[in-house]
Design a protein around this ligand. Structure first.
Ligand SMILES: Nc1ncnc2c1ncn2[C@@H]1O[C@H](COP(=O)(O)OP(=O)(O)OP(=O)(O)O)[C@@H](O)[C@H]1O
Length: 685
């Protein structure tokens, strides 16, 4: 806030007769000087710097008021907002008005012996509420009036809005001559984010009736309204937050005594701590460390998984938010969420959501249809599923689809056994108690198995699980209990296990690298995902799906895939399966320029192995042969190749050399393929 000297009107500062409240001759001369400066400035265009008796911001406001077409000698009532808009505005400002009302009433009482107005405006200068302590309202100072620099010229609350600071204006400092005797003191009211909510003004029709105390009074009252307003908003928000959530929320003071608790919190403790409010934090948590860390540190968001006293077997996540008043911590808000709820939240934040369902698995080849139907059947049961298949074939996609079909409300916790260093797998899976090993977090950590509670634990690359750990996993599957590292009690767990591998697990069993008993435990249901090259028309569908998805994600037009490029993609044998296809399409989407993907837009690894056509003429031939008809029908790559060769033979009158050129194969390869596809060799010779 600016120094008082700057906020107070110089007229008040100069008032010689303040004690008698009467203006003497010297004062009048001073006031006349200000009037003259204003008129000189506005009429004779004397530079503002010469108007040195008045604060520069006010001089600037005079100039703007004049530029707005206002005449200081002419008073027109400021306009009224139309009734409908005003009603809407009053509703929006209801909270502010209601908060200010009792303080305005207090002011009215205090000033009852002095002729004065007390009014409240919004942050744009709209009059919201007016109270007149004594006398007659000579101007249109009524609720709904738009009283701004544009409509009435320089005035105290408008300066207060612009400068965002309290201010006092006296007599001729106002723009309009009609206010030459008036004095006003305005103070701003801000919300808790520092945004201006409105202003409070005390105005008097005689400026000798105001003095520095008027500004002080306006400031104190506005600040009191502001504090109350911010508190009320926070109380309201807090009330909404407390009642409108399923999370248990508990407010404690600095000494750890519960001050407030919402219904969800009372519900959790209703049998164990019936009078939650007033109880000590130590009555709530099992872990002394939690209690200490809440009271010792002032850090927000300690995210710990904790057990509550006397609440059997249920784990909760605890979030702590310090409640501060003027930067001093006065208490804490504790939010408790059941552990699986937190997991879902953290998984969605981390992007680990299980987004695949059976509906968005692409592929209608007979192989895929059979696979999906089998997986759907497995989803109805709870037995463990082992998914086998080459890398990138979609094992995790199927695991997610099974999870979403069978346990959609539970978490899907994926662990890649090959990606975690061997010495960390155990703590990752089983969690640990505080201080279990060097580097362990102070409050311990639940493992992935615990986190998969009521959901699915997906152990990818299970073939890479260290043999010692396999024994522990087997015991967990049998007992459905785990013990954290460094812990001494068992925690019951309930999850469905889906495992995946691209290794032949039985081979590992034979080599003693995988426990036979575990193999039979995890493979009650088996799903073998064939490689992409054996999935016929899936390739065509996946290409189209991936191009569309990429175009949508990048907000670009979907390009066409030239038939030659399509032919090359269909011929390829995809050792990296769908993951590789996805990368190839991403590359092509980036390389193409004019809305068509040609072979040159495919990566070298694909082009080097493809039998690309030799000349431009041949490209045209292939383009016409490999018609989209053939490509979009549900045929496998081999069937399509057979079709293309047949057509090439036909169009070259069964000349193998010409047909080989058309399809871009060597003569000997074409002979071999003619044989392989059972085409009549005589036709070819
Ligand atoms: N049927 C499908 N429809 C759409 N996208 C798929 C399909 N199958 C796999 N994908 C995509 O292919 C990629 C590889 O799939 P996923 O990770 O499930 O394979 P994986 O067999 O588990 O691989 P890895 O053995 O390397 O873990 C993913 O980006 C996935 O989205």
């Amino acid at each position: 806030m600016k120094p008082l000297e700057h906020l107070l009107s110089p007229i008040i500062n100069n008032l010689n007769s303040i004690s008698t409240r009467l203006i003497n001759e010297d004062d009048k001369i001073f006031i006349e000087k200000i009037k003259k400066q204003k008129m000189d400035l506005l009429q004779k265009k004397i530079t503002p710097s010469q108007a040195d008796l008045v604060r520069p911001e006010i001089v600037e406001s005079w100039i703007r008021s004049s530029e707005n077409g206002l005449d200081p000698l002419v008073y027109n009532d400021p306009p009224l907002m139309d009734a409908l808009s005003f009603e809407k505005r009053i509703k929006e400002k209801d909270f502010f008005i209601q908060t200010a009302n009792p303080y305005i009433a207090q002011l009215e009482n205090m000033l009852s012996h002095i002729e004065s107005y007390i009014f409240l405006t919004d942050e744009h200068g709209l009059i919201l509420r007016v109270v007149q302590a004594l006398g007659k309202n000579k101007f249109r100072l009524t609720p709904g009036t738009i009283w701004t620099e544009k409509t009435i010229g320089t005035c105290a609350h408008e300066m207060c809005i612009q400068l965002k600071t309290p201010i006092q204006l006296c007599g001729p400092e106002h723009f309009c001559r009609i206010f030459n005797n008036i004095s006003s003191s305005s103070a701003p009211v801000f919300d808790s984010n520092g945004n201006l909510e409105g202003t409070l003004t005390i105005s008097s029709p005689h400026f000798d009736r105001q003095n520095s105390y008027s500004l002080g009074l306006a400031v104190i009252m506005a600040e009191t309204i502001q504090k109350e307003f911010q508190l009320s908003v926070n109380r309201e928000l807090f009330h909404i937050a407390l009642t409108g959530t399923e999370d248990a929320m508990i407010m404690i003071n600095k000494c750890g005594v519960v001050q407030k608790a919402n219904e969800a919190a009372c519900g959790i403790f209703k049998h164990t701590i019936p009078n939650l409010v007033g109880s000590q934090i130590g009555d709530i948590f099992e872990n002394q460390l939690i209690e200490n860390s809440i009271l010792e540190t002032e850090k927000p968001n300690l995210n710990a998984n904790i057990k509550l006293k006397k609440i059997k077997q249920k784990l909760f996540s605890l979030f702590i938010q310090p409640i501060k008043s003027e930067n001093i911590t006065v208490g804490y808000l504790l939010t408790l969420k059941p552990i699986n709820q937190t997991l879902k939240l953290s998984q969605s934040c981390n992007g680990f959501t299980s987004r695949f369902t059976f509906d968005n698995i692409v592929g209608t080849s007979p192989q895929s249809v059979k696979l999906i139907s089998l997986a759907k059947r497995y989803a109805r049961y709870t037995s463990n599923v082992l998914i086998q298949g080459e890398s990138g074939t979609g094992k995790e996609v199927f695991a997610q689809a099974i999870h979403n079909e069978s346990r959609p409300d539970g978490p899907f916790v994926a662990v890649n056994c090959a990606a975690i260093p061997k010495n960390l797998i155990e703590s990752e899976l089983f969690g640990y108690e505080p201080g279990a090993f060097t580097g362990a977090e102070r409050i311990g950590k639940p493992g992935k198995i615990e986190q998969a509670c009521d959901g699915t634990l997906f152990l990818d690359e299970i073939g890479d699980m260290p043999v010692e750990l396999q024994a522990v996993l087997l015991r967990v599957l049998e007992d459905k209990m785990i013990m954290r590292l460094g812990g001494c009690h068992y925690i019951p767990v309930n999850f469905r296990l889906i495992t995946a591998t691209n290794k032949k697990l039985l081979d590992l069993v034979e080599k003693d690298l995988f426990r036979e008993d575990l193999y039979y435990r995890i493979s009650v249901f088996k799903l073998n995902i064939p490689p992409l090259r054996e999935r016929g028309s899936d390739v065509v569908q996946l290409i189209d799906h991936l191009i569309t998805a990429y175009a949508n994600a990048e907000c670009i037009d979907k390009p066409t895939l030239s038939n030659t490029a399509k032919y090359i993609l269909l011929q390829y044998n995809w050792p990296g399966n769908i993951r590789q296809l996805k990368n190839v399409i991403s590359y092509a989407m980036c390389m193409h320029t004019d809305g068509i993907i040609y072979p040159e837009h495919l990566p070298d690894e694909i082009l080097n192995t493809a039998s690309t056509p030799v000349s431009e003429k041949d490209v045209v031939e292939i383009e016409s042969l490999a018609t989209s008809d053939v490509l979009t029908n549900n045929v496998s790559v081999k069937e399509m190749e057979k079709e293309v060769i047949k057509k090439a033979l036909h169009s070259s009158d069964n000349h193998v050399r010409d047909a080989a050129k058309i399809v871009g194969l060597s003569k000997s390869t074409l002979y071999r393929k003619i044989k392989e596809y059972g085409l009549d060799p005589n036709d070819a010779l």
